[in-house]
Design a protein around this ligand. Sequence first.
Ligand SMILES: [Zn+2]
Length: 87
Amino acid sequence: MNSKKLTIQCKVCGTLLEDSPKPKSCGCPNQTMIYKDKISGNDLSKIIITQKELTEDSKPVRLTKEDYAWQQARRDRKVKRLSYEVR
Ligand SMILES: [Zn+2]
C-alpha cells in the first residue's frame, strides 16, 4: 500500500488531526478543521499541513516541499482573517 494520509497540525494548540470521513476539529479558538481533504480554520497560517506516509509512521511528521511553499506564500501575504476572540 502506498497511500498517503493527510495530516494537519494546529499550531495554536498543537493538536494533530488526520484526514477522516468525519469532520474533525481541534477544539481551540483557531477552529482548525479537517474533513475529506478540506482544511479550514480562522487563521490558516496557524495550520501545518503534513502528508504522512503510512509506511513511515514512526518518523516525525514533515512538510512536503509544496506544503512548505504554500505556507510561505500565506505568510508572505500576511493573510489575516478574523483574529480569534479574546474573552
Ligand atoms: Zn487548535
